[in-house]
Design a protein around this ligand. Structure first.
Ligand SMILES: NC(=O)c1ccc[n+]([C@@H]2O[C@H](COP(=O)([O-])OP(=O)(O)OC[C@H]3O[C@@H](n4cnc5c(N)ncnc54)[C@H](OP(=O)(O)O)[C@@H]3O)[C@@H](O)[C@H]2O)c1
Length: 420
C-alpha cells in the first residue's frame, strides 16, 4: 500500500497576522514528538516563518482530526479556529505546494530568498532529531534542488523587491518628507538587513539598536546607520518618528506604556512598522493619538501593488512547476517499491552466493581467473532474470499502482513490511 504525504498549513494567504501568530508552535521538539505519537504520522517536518506555519507529514493512514487535535493541544486553540484557517492537501497537491514554496512562488514577496533558507533549516532540524525519515528527506532534498534551479533559470527573484523595501515604501507613502524624520530600526537580523539596505539605497539616515551594542555596531559597519544602546531606546522612544521593528522577541518590546510616555514628548506623531511575527509591538499602541501602526498585513497589500514586474515570470515558473511536480511525484512513488526491490535483490543475491560457493567447492576450483568468470556468470544470470520484473515493479509504483507491489511481495515471498 502506498504512503501518503500530507501538508497542513496556516499561511498569510488565508489568515491575517494576528490570527497566524496564534498557530505558532513554541517548542518544536515537543511538537514533533506529539505529532508522531498522537497523529499517526511516521515522519514530519514543520516549517515556521513569519508568513506561515506548515506541517508536512508521512503516514500510512493519516487522520486529519488527530493532526488538528495535536496542533490545538500545542497552541491552546480550539477546533473552530482550525476550521477557518487550516488548509490541507495531500500527495500531488502537497508536492506542488512544496515546489511553490522552494521556488518562492508562494511567498508574500514572490521570489524572495529567505524561504529557501528557512526550508533548508526546517528539514535539517527535523532530520537531526529524526522527526523526518526516508520519504520526507528525499522529498525536501529534491524540492530544494528543483526550487533552486527554477529560481536560477527564471530570474523570479530579480528586481530588488523585499519585505524590507516594501516596509520602507509603506513609510514613504504614509509620511511626508521621510528624509527629515528620525528613523529607528530595532533588530539586526535578516529582515533588519533588508530594511537597512533599502533605507541606505534611498539615502535615509537611521539609528539601529539591538540587545548588544557590539552587534549593532557590527551591523552598522556593513549596512549603514548609527548604533544606539538598547536601554537608551526603550526609555526614549520620543526621540524617533518612525520605528521599524523586526525582532524575534517573544514579548512586546514596544509597549503601550512606553509609547504613551513617548507621545507626551513627541507632538509630531509616530509611525511604527512591526515586521515581526509573532508581533513585538503591542497593537494597543494604535489607539494612542498620533500613532500609526502597520504590520505584515499592510506590507502584504503593498507587495501586491508592486508585483507587476514579476507577474509575467510567475506564469513561466508555474509552468515549470507543473512539469517538475510530475517528476517529483514519480520519484516519491518509486520510494514505495524500493524496500521490496532492495529486499528481493538481496535475497536472490545471497542465494546466488550460496549456490556459487557450493558449486566451487564441488568443482574444487582454485584458479582465480576461472572463479571470477563463474562468479560474473552467476551475477549476469541473476541480473538478467531479476532486473526486468524489478523495473516493472518500480514503474508500476511510479504510476501509482500499489497492487503490483502487494502482488510482487507475495510472488517473491517478501515478508518484511514493504511500506516502511
Ligand atoms: N525572514 C523573513 O523572511 C521574514 C519576513 C517577514 C517577517 N519576518 C519576521 O521578522 C522578525 C525578524 O526575523 P529575522 O528573520 O530578521 O530574524 P533573525 O535574523 O533571527 O533576527 C532576530 C533579531 O531579533 C532580535 N531579538 C531576538 N530576541 C530579542 C529580544 N528578546 N529582545 C530584543 N531583540 C531580540 C535579535 O537580536 P540579538 O542580536 O540581540 O539576538 C535579532 O536582531 C521575525 O518575527 C520574523 O517572523 C521574517
Amino acid at each position: 500500500m502506498k504512503q501518503n504525504i500530507i501538508n497542513a498549513r496556516v499561511t498569510f494567504r488565508s489568515s491575517p497576522i494576528h490570527v497566524l501568530e496564534r498557530f505558532t508552535i513554541k517548542d518544536l521538539e515537543v511538537a514533533y514528538e506529539r505529532f508522531k505519537r498522537h497523529s499517526g504520522l511516521d515522519e514530519c517536518v514543520i516549517i515556521q516563518t513569519c508568513n506561515r506555519i506548515e506541517l508536512f507529514g508521512k503516514s500510512k493512514y493519516q487522520d486529519i482530526e488527530k493532526i488538528k487535535k495535536t496542533w490545538a493541544s500545542l497552541t491552546g486553540l480550539d477546533e473552530e479556529t482550525f476550521k477557518e484557517n487550516l488548509e490541507i492537501v495531500e500527495n500531488h497537491e502537497a508536492f506542488h505546494h512544496l515546489l511553490k514554496l522552494t521556488s518562492g512562488l508562494d511567498s508574500m514577496v514572490v521570489g524572495e530568498e529567505q524561504i529557501l533558507g528557512q526550508i533548508k533549516n526546517s528539514i535539517t532540524a527535523a532530520r537531526n532529531i529524526k522527526a523526518s525519515g526516508k520519504h520526507l528527506n528525499t522529498l525536501f532534498d529534491k524540492a530544494i534542488r528543483i526550487g533552486t534551479r527554477i529560481r536560477n533559470t527564471s530570474g523570479i527573484g530579480r528586481g530588488g523587491i523585499s519585505v524590507g523595501s516594501m516596509a520602507v515604501k509603506l513609510a514613504e507613502e504614509n509620511i511626508d518628507e521621510l528624509k527629515f524624520k528620525r528613523i529607528l530600526l530595532i533588530g539586526t537580523g535578516e529582515v533588519s538587513t533588508l530594511v537597512a539596505k533599502s533605507l541606505q539605497r534611498r539615502g535615509y539616515d537611521f539609528a539601529v539598536t539591538s540587545r548588544t551594542l557590539d552587534r549593532s555596531k557590527m551591523f552598522c559597519e556593513t549596512m549603514g546607520g548609527s548604533p544606539i544602546k538598547f536601554e537608551e531606546v526603550l526609555s526614549g522612544f520620543e526621540n524617533y518618528d518612525i520605528l521599524f521593528v523586526a525582532t524575534t522577541a517573544p514579548y512586546f518590546l514596544v509597549t503601550y506604556e512606553r509609547i504613551t510616555n513617548a507621545m507626551k514628548e513627541n507632538k509630531k506623531g509616530m509611525m511604527i512598522l512591526d515586521l515581526s511575527n509573532p508581533r513585538t509591538v503591542d497593537e494597543k499602541v494604535a489607539t494612542i493619538g498620533g500613532v500609526k501602526l502597520m504590520n505584515l498585513d499592510q506590507i502584504a497589500e503593498m507587495v501586491e501593488k508592486n508585483m507587476n514586474a514579476r507577474l509575467n515570470k510567475v506564469k513561466t515558473v508555474e509552468n515549470i512547476i507543473n512539469e517538475e511536480v510530475l517528476v517529483l511525484e514519480a520519484s516519491m512513488k518509486r520510494l514505495d517499491a524500493e524496500p521490496l526491490v532492495k529486499g528481493v535483490f538481496k535475497d536472490i543475491d545471497s542465494l546466488r552466493v550460496k549456490e556459487l560457493q557450493k558449486a566451487l567447492q564441488m568443482l574444487d576450483e582454485k584458479d582465480e581467473k576461472k572463479i571470477k568468470i563463474i562468479e560474473e556468470l552467476t551475477k549476469a544470470v541473476v541480473e538478467s532474470i531479476v532486473s526486468t520484473p524489478m523495473n516493472n515493479i518500480r514503474k508500476a509504483s511510479e504510476q501509482g499502482d500499489p497492487d503490483v507491489i502487494e502482488m510482487a511481495s507475495k510472488l517473491f515471498d517478501y515478508k518484511k513490511n514493504t511500506l516502511d
